[in-house]
Design a protein around this ligand. Structure first.
Ligand code: NAD
Length: 484
């Protein structure tokens, strides 16, 4: 099954911070792959802008190296890489002075989509937005793209929203949460709303609880300063896990339209109860075979920043009253695995008697690695030994079902950047969603500070602190394993 490539309109994509890590590691490789897929119009161009005084030729060399490193470019592709690089230009520019802005203006073409990607720290969003307007670079067809972190708390998120709103309409602002660009995350909506099978059961009458796990094996190398100020709650829960929770819990929107989808997600966030302190476990990794502990990493022997969070959340509405959502995420865990488990209730009465044991269906949606969906069903154990029941997976690995050409689904950035050019905001967070998520997160963090909470240590390479198991055990439940 060959996926269709629908070319996008001609565009000028301006990447502020084009020499930075994100641009070189993610954005430019993603653009190259879309170029190779034939999705670009022949007039489309990238103009990188950053503080460093490179020439365009130096910059192209830098991109070529990054493509080899991060886009698995083969030697046989050198001509294609050259054709791509012909579309790439560079302007030395300062976000906080007049330097470079006149030149950038001269390089832009009229009558095409203009997308300004702010791949810089959030302190530069305001100065950039202001100058894009002041130098009259914004046209009717202009969008801006901003990266996480979108604020540090509700106050700073509101300030950022107000800064951007002073220069751009909400319909022009694309706030990236790259989790939303993952193939399976969108499949979650297709599975829920495209099939008759699941939606009637998608409520507290049939669903016992839901588990959302985003486990990482990596630590915080290279991001120490940022992470020490953020912690897992701000870095992962407020955005990525919250977005996954929204997609699982939301009502079916009337249509698959950006604002209809985002309205439903917002209702979920607003329906979240405050989290009770005894429903949260914070952890911090200690030293292990993989390396030093968190405190050594950040050079702060008294750090109380969490690298792990597990919590129980409640969505207080008709659909979900009584069905808890258990969320957990952490660094340096036993495996890299992002998975959502929808755990159904037991059958109300077992005709097979006590000895058949307890069996319940579970739907697992794996986001990474090996994107796919598994439905665990109960069947009879084969053989003549009477009616014994076992649970087996009905596995739908997308790679297998869709054929080898779909083994490698596009990276989230490929989809998201093309959606920016198309002007489709469905997979981007709206300002009110971000603020609502902070309004739920802030009291949790404030509570930790007020109580002088110290995260529980956990071994690197483990599944997290033992208290996270207790959080489940107290409710007569247990976490699904963290498997690669
Ligand atoms: P970086 O420090 O590697 O790059 C920053 C870029 O900004 C450089 O190109 C630099 O020249 C440019 N810059 C800095 N000051 C400037 C100025 N005054 N005028 C013009 N350009 C200036 O940062 P990064 O890791 O690429 O991150 C960029 C943004 O993306 C940050 O907001 C970060 O939080 C976010 N982000 C990064 C990642 C990642 O994997 N790197 C992931 C998610 C979000």
């Amino acid at each position: 099954m060959v996926s269709r490539v629908i070319p996008v309109d001609p565009f000028d994509l301006i990447i502020f911070g084009g020499t930075g890590d994100l641009a070189q590691r993610k954005i430019l490789p993603a653009l190259y792959r879309r170029f190779c897929a034939g999705q670009w119009h022949e007039d489309a161009r990238i103009i990188a802008a950053a503080r460093a005084g490179h020439s365009a030729e130096d910059f192209r060399r830098m991109v070529a190296e990054s493509l080899h490193r991060h886009a698995a470019v083969r030697a046989s592709e050198s001509q294609r890489v050259s054709r791509f690089l012909q579309r790439v230009d560079y302007v030395p520019l300062d976000a906080v002075s007049a330097e470079g802005w006149g030149l950038l203006g001269e390089k832009l073409s009229p009558n095409r989509v203009r997308a300004f990607y702010f791949s810089v720290g959030p302190n530069l969003f305001g100065p950039l937005a202001e100058r894009v307007r002041a130098y009259d670079l914004a046209t009717e067809d202009t969008r801006i793209v901003v990266e996480k972190p979108f604020g540090h708390d509700l106050g700073s998120a509101r300030e950022l929203n107000a800064t951007l709103a002073a220069h751009f309409d909400e319909s022009q602002i694309y706030r990236i949460d790259h989790y939303l660009g993952k193939e399976t995350v969108q499949n979650l909506m297709a599975v829920r709303f495209g099939n008759m099978l699941f939606e009637p059961l998608w409520n507290s009458q049939y669903v016992d609880h839901i588990q959302i796990t985003v486990a990482e094996t990596v630590g915080i190398d290279g991001r120490e300063e940022y992470y020490e100020r953020a912690g897992a709650m701000r870095d992962m829960v407020q955005n990525h896990l919250m977005q996954l929770l929204c997609l699982i819990a939301m009502e079916p929107p009337a249509k698959f339209d950006p604002d209809a989808v985002r309205d439903e997600k917002l209702k979920v966030i607003r329906a979240l109860d405050p989290v009770e302190p005894h429903h949260i476990v914070r952890g911090q990794f200690s030293a292990g075979p993989e390396g030093v502990g968190y405190r050594e990493c950040v050079g702060n022997p008294r750090s109380t920043t969490e690298s792990y969070v597990a919590l129980k959340a409640h969505v207080s509405n008709w659909r979900w009253a009584g069905t808890p959502f258990y969320l957990r995420t952490g660094k340096r865990l036993v495996a890299r695995s992002s998975v959502i488990n929808v755990m159904f209730k037991d059958a109300p009465h077992s005709i097979f008697g006590e000895e058949a044991g307890r069996h319940a269906n579970a739907l697992s949606i794996r986001l990474q690695p090996n994107e796919g969906i598994t439905l665990k069903v109960t069947i009879k154990e084969p053989g003549p030994g009477g009616m014994r029941l076992i649970d087996v997976p009905l596995d739908m690995s997308f790679a297998e079902a869709l054929g080898p050409e779909n083994q490698d689904p596009p990276d989230a950035y490929e989809r998201l950047v093309m959606d920016v050019i198309r002007g489709n905001q469905t997979l981007f967070m709206r300002g009110d969603e971000v603020e609502a998520a902070w309004a739920w997160t802030d009291p949790i963090i404030a509570g930790w500070l007020a109580r002088g909470d110290v995260p529980k240590p956990y071994d690197s390479g483990s599944t997290g602190p033992g208290d996270a198991e207790l959080l489940m055990k107290r409710d007569g439940r247990r976490w699904q394993g963290i498997k690669p």
